[in-house]
Design a binder for this molecule. Structure first.
Ligand SMILES: [Zn+2]
Length: 357
């Protein structure tokens, strides 16, 4: 029975406890052996100590890339002993995203029996929860691209076509030190930084809206300042995490910030490309016809950004569940079955004329 196959494999993957490189690598080796045994052309890459697995089947265009990350965030030990209850598979990674990975692997096994009229590439990667550079970032550099990438992130069977860009900045403010008993003789860098933060937050970029994502956001994530109670601080460093809308230009945003706080030094800590996939793209709209679900935008960033950076349509599409990254994470077993079946229908009918399904 289909549900049992999916649940069994997802449980095996969850038990690997993929919270550190050694465990993720062990799981990657297991997946590679499993895929080879299923008759798939399979390759294991190792990049800076982390393994990625690529398996492919079929030939000709389009090339559909299925992408799943094997790493999970830490959890209490009981979440690594998966359990099935009322149609829900509980366990760390069941929802984000080893349940989806199990569906993708089993789908590849089916496709090895009946090769599709297109190329399907499965990329199983590490490092997504830490930024993705060493997994999907690396595979994209190796040329593993295609006509559409589907990342199996938890989306409740809806399709995320957008995600916000990341601009993390450090704002350095210099003040003038003085004795704490005579603050009027100095210039307090912490107070000045606070004003700068409010000035940045009031920029028009943070008031613009997009239909899928609402507004851009900023989070004052770090403050480093102050050495002694009896001293006016002459240095303050703020770390601000900005998530901008796909249509906003990070260069213009940075320029506006520098102009708004000319006395401070603004440095870029990290930048991540937004995802802005065209909903009318032929493969994206075909996937949607088969899923029958909604398009939406994600606040957070995922491995889709590496494909988007190269101009490739990328979506997040995964099963239903709840509590990813939290206690009580689960995936809905029925939705796992649906998920696999939607992907299969999409791949099998990808070349059909028109959009009828
Ligand atoms: Zn994820």
């Amino acid at each position: 029975m289909e549900a049992k196959r999916i649940v069994d494999l997802a449980q095996t993957l969850i038990r690997f406890q993929n919270t550190n490189p050694e465990r993720v690598n062990r799981c990657a080796d297991y997946c590679a052996d499993w895929l080879r045994e299923a008759g798939l052309d399979t390759r294991v890459y190792e990049h800076r100590g982390l393994k990625s697995v690529v398996a492919s089947v079929g030939s000709g265009s389009p090339t559909i890339v299925l992408n799943g990350h094997l790493d999970v965030v830490p959890a209490q030990p009981e979440l690594f002993e998966p359990r099935l209850e009322n149609g829900k598979l509980y366990g760390r990674g069941s929802y984000d995203m080893l349940g989806a990975v199990a569906c993708m692997m089993l789908l590849m096994q089916d496709l090895a029996q009946t090769p599709p009229d297109c190329t399907v590439v499965l990329c199983l990667v590490p490092d997504e929860e830490s930024g993705g550079e060493l997994g999907t970032g690396f595979l994209v550099e190796q040329g593993w691209l295609g006509d559409i990438a589907i990342c199996g992130e938890p989306t409740n069977l809806d399709i995320a076509i957008q995600s916000k860009g990341i601009l993390q900045i450090v704002v350095e403010v210099a003040g003038i030190a003085a004795h704490g008993s005579r603050p009027w003789l100095g210039r307090n860098a912490i107070l000045e930084a606070q004003e700068h933060y409010l000035t940045i937050a009031s920029l028009h970029f943070f008031h613009e809206e997009s239909p899928f994502l609402g507004k851009a956001s900023l989070n004052l994530a770090k403050i480093e300042a102050g050495k002694a109670f009896n001293q006016v601080p002459d240095q303050c460093k703020m770390g601000i995490d900005i998530r901008y809308l796909p249509d906003q230009d990070p260069e213009l945003l940075l320029e506006a910030i520098r102009k708004a706080v000319p006395s401070a030094e603004v440095k870029v800590h990290f930048q991540g490309t937004p995802v802005n996939t065209d909903p009318d793209n032929v493969w994206v709209s075909k996937l949607r016809k088969h899923s029958g679900t909604l398009f939406f935008g994600q606040e957070g960033s995922a491995d889709t950004r590496f494909y988007a950076e190269r101009g490739m349509p990328a979506v997040e599409f995964g099963p239903s569940g709840a509590n990813h990254h939290g206690p009580g994470e689960y995936a809905d077993v029925q939705s796992l079955c649906e998920y696999k079946s939607i992907l299969k229908q999409f791949i099998t009918h990808v070349k059909d004329e028109g959009h009828e399904v």
